[in-house]
Design a protein around this ligand. Structure first.
Ligand code: 1PR
Length: 588
């Protein structure tokens, strides 16, 4: 460990720095922390990661006296790497915080993504998913143009690789403008808005995407920066599980297809692990149907009446990552009873998973204000979330507490108190870090006038022939049904600051019958934040169906993967062959 080369990391806000540290260590480097502006002067290479709000980030840096130190580090010619808001900091300013100035090294201002393209089609904001960082357009600087034309790779970026972005604000890309002043720019396009995905000049490099969350493709970028490889020969990614590869190493079936309707992002596949303590006290991945996780079969190895044990969380998460999962979600499904702050094994699972899994990790379960049983002191939802972020989570998922907050929101006529778990976590870490997990159940009615709730006419009437349903929200893992419908919940949590909806469907959970498309359509029409379809996936074609028939942003599977019926790679292969855009998986 002592002989590893060192890079300095500026952790000005308690974000998810753990996965960046893990990624740096995976590249064979060691992290040294910058604790004060004086430390900046001693540093040779600096990485500035950024999470959350532009104004919050720049104000914190400025108040602590870091801005002049960073400026002189950059002008001294020493290597600097900004990530996400760390990239944004290089610009003049942002619509997100008009009164706050950036470092003004790049004379452009950041804009917010519009929710609609010029042709009227919708796009979700925040933008969450995998996109390009393409250096194919370039001009002006002779040397750079020559390097790019010779097929050289800039900081390890690969034209065919995909990188994980999560942001609402972007640096607009105007062809040739930044290049004219010597910048090399890699771009991505979200809907009809092109923006800077990565940028570099001299000793400065920055990415809007998260390289530490972009699998092997991202690790290569970090390694290139650490090793000072500004220009290198492109790496041909090797692809596990397939013999048919295109020139860029991607499975041929996945390469070069055009897929409208994604606004440029790949189809995002999420593997979800419900984790709980079994009767022997071990944390296991479990899965039931309609939220009943106890074994019914007398022939199973687990034994009837016992919590179904499908494997070890860390091992399974790594397996899904290696199969090409774009994201991993852990739901701590007994935490509404237990207190997560005493739930050290769950934190340990996150810590260990983030050492080997370089895609986004979400953790849900028990995120709410609570009392620490050991000290009797109140612990806020934000403190619980902080523990999860510090242990390696990128997003937290809130279930029961979101329902209660939405009820209060509607009861108060849409008043924001600033005190709910969604609001406090979103303010500190950004909307993209707050997922709301929704657990709705169908309630049949004969006619929409029979209820005050939002209804949909269903193609699957109940035994009594009733053709209309509303979706009732539940809490405590489906054990308690509330008088709140799914549209009321989703619109309220969006207003409170949630950045994504994880949309389960209790009636479909574990059924292998496919997703509830009627539910998904209803929620997609009601909100502008990304929606993840969940519950019911049984075969790869269910993923294709939900992507083709609804505007959903991502699709999640659990049981079919855990029971070994299909791998994530098989789902992606199926989607690729059907002409849908998926991320090629690569090895580091
Ligand atoms: O309420 O904030 O403590 O969060 C608890 C979280 O735990 C909620 O997100 C809730 O959905 C989840 N949860 C609670 N109890 C259970 C249970 O199973 N007994 N799991 C549970 C919910 C649903 C999904 C599942 C999909 C896909 N599991 O996680 O992965 O339905 O399954 P499939 O692909 O096999 O059909 P809080």
């Amino acid at each position: 460990m002592g002989r590893m080369p060192k890079v300095h990391l500026l952790d000005y806000v308690a974000g998810n720095i753990r996965s960046l540290v893990n990624a740096i260590e995976k590249c064979g480097w060691e992290v040294e922390w910058i604790r004060s502006p004086e430390d900046v002067q001693k540093a040779e290479k600096i990485i500035l990661p950024g999470v959350g709000h532009f104004g919050h980030c720049l104000t914190s840096l400025s108040t602590a006296g870091y801005l002049p130190a960073i400026q002189s580090h950059i002008s001294s010619g020493k290597p600097f790497f900004g990530i996400c808001v760390g990239l944004q900091a290089l610009f003049t300013g942002s619509e997100e915080a008009p009164s706050v100035s950036g470092l003004n090294i790049i004379p452009t201002s950041l804009k917010r993504f519009s929710a609609e393209n010029a042709d009227g089609s919708k796009k979700s904001v925040p933008c969450i998913g995998w996109n390009d960082a393409s250096t194919l357009h370039h001009d002006s600087d002779q040397n750079q143009t020559a390097a790019l034309e010779k097929g050289r790779s800039f900081y390890g970026l690969n034209q065919r690789s995909k990188y994980y972005y999560v942001h609402s604000y972007f640096a607009p890309y105007v062809p040739g403008e930044l290049e004219a002043s010597g910048w090399v720019v890699a771009t991505a396009t979200y809907g009809d808005e092109s923006y800077v995905g990565a940028i570099g000049k001299g000793n400065v490099f920055a990415t809007q995407f998260h390289p530490e969350k972009s699998g092997a493709a991202g690790l290569r970028v970090i390694k290139a920066f650490l090793e000072g490889n500004i220009w290198s020969d492109p790496v041909i990614p090797s692809v596990p599980g397939t013999s048919s590869t295109a020139a860029n190493g991607a499975p041929s079936s996945l390469a070069g297809k055009t897929d409208g309707g994604t606004n440029g992002l790949t189809r995002r596949i999420i593997a979800c692990l419900d984790v709980r303590t079994n009767d022997q006290g071990d944390l296991v991945v479990t899965k039931g149907d309609q939220y009943d996780v106890r074994e019914k079969s007398v022939t199973s190895t687990t034994g009837p009446g016992q919590v179904r044990n499908l494997g070890k969380p860390v091992d399974m998460a790594r397996r899904y990552y290696e199969q090409g999962a774009d994201e991993i979600t852990f739901l701590n499904i007994t935490s509404f009873r237990d207190c997560p702050i005493t739930d050290l094994p769950m934190l340990e699972i996150l810590r260990r998973t983030s050492e080997t899994v370089f895609v986004p990790l979400t953790i849900g379960g028990g995120i709410r204000d609570m009392t620490d049983p050991a000290t009797g002191k109140t612990v806020s939802a934000l403190d619980v979330a902080k523990l999860y972020f510090a242990s390696g989570a990128d997003k937290v998922s809130i279930g029961s507490d979101a329902v209660l907050a939405a009820e209060e929101y509607h009861a108060s006529g849409g008043h924001l108190t600033g005190r709910t778990s969604i609001e406090t976590i979103s303010a500190a870490y950004g909307a993209q870090a707050v997922v709301v997990s929704v657990d709705p159940k169908r309630v049949f009615v004969s006619s929409p006038s029979d209820t005050a709730h939002h209804t949909v006419r269903t193609a699957f009437p109940d035994a009594d022939g009733r053709q209309h349903v509303w979706y009732a929200c539940t809490i405590k893992g489906g054990r308690e049904t509330r008088d709140l419908d799914v549209v009321q919940l989703c619109t309220a949590v969006q207003a409170l600051g949630a950045g994504e909806i994880l949309l389960n469907a209790i009636d479909r959970d574990g059924s292998n019958r496919g997703y509830d498309l009627e539910l998904i359509d209803m929620v997609k029409a009601a909100v502008g934040v990304p929606v993840i379809a969940s519950s019911g996936a049984g075969v790869p074609s269910h993923f294709e169906e939900v992507f083709r028939k609804t505007g959903v942003d991502a699709a999640l599977g659990a049981g079919m993967f855990h029971r070994g019926e299909y791998t994530v790679a098989q789902v992606k292969e199926h989607l690729g062959q059907a002409g849908l855009l998926v991320r090629p998986f690569e090895e580091f």
